[in-house]
Design a protein around this ligand. Sequence first.
Ligand SMILES: [Zn+2]
Length: 305
Amino acid sequence: MDSLLVITMALIIVQSYKENNHLTVAERSPGIQRQTLSYVVSNETNRNVTYQPIRIQVVYRDMYFELSVEDRQRIIGAVFKAVEKISQLLSVFPVQKPVLLKRSGCHKEWTTGPNKGRCKSIKRNYQSELCMDTFKIPDDHLDGLYVWNELDPDPIRVVYSQGAGVNSTDFILHVDSVTTDVCGFDSVNKVLSYSKVCHVDQYDRPISGCINVCPHSVNNSPEKLYKTLLHELFHTLGFSKTHFQYFKKCQIKDRNLDCHPLGLTIVEEVNGLVRMVTPAVLRETQNHFGCTTETKYGAPERKGN
Ligand SMILES: [Zn+2]
């Protein structure tokens, strides 16, 4: 993880979120699905691949219900800029195959036998895959959903067939703009936007998330809109209080990614302010502010994030 981005994120939070008007809904479960992905760890010449700039695929809802063509375009422009910024800051091992997101429709899995881990029964009323209650993930981005009996190697029922997936991407971002209860209806407590991690991979790296840009915030300046989206994009990538505990350190071992918990304190309250205090963040913060004697510096964050 690039420590510079952590500092950037923290500074953005401090600069643009003095008002308490954003929210993150980023709990790990039950709303987060885990999907196993394949990663490129070596190339044809058998040389180890290193971290590559993250590739983010953005999926927009049509958003015309509340927005004009111009407003929708403003959001798209701000998201484009935020995605560009993130890909300059954050790198990952590249995902090898099209990303298919797991469906949450399985009610019970087999716990023993040859079909252990496969779906035994489907949730009642499961109809579509939603991220944050409102964003319907396109079927084409979703894995199939099948029901197996106890022994047969083939499923006995295809509830949904597998979509094509999203090529050449490491993260899928869903963007919507709809007025919800969370956005707030009174002028004092309005939330600008909010976000959620929807899927993580086998190493707990977020691989899909969604952002709802509350329509009233489109009237803010382009700079503020951009910073709002950048802030939320960081959250969807795992920079939030419920995800710090899942940060991992990864290396290549036997032509696979091998990831372990960081085993470090990631955030700590220092003088009443929560700070990100990993060694790399501490070092970059000291360099950034030119103050190498302060040992409890860290990158400041807002409480609640
Ligand atoms: Zn936030």
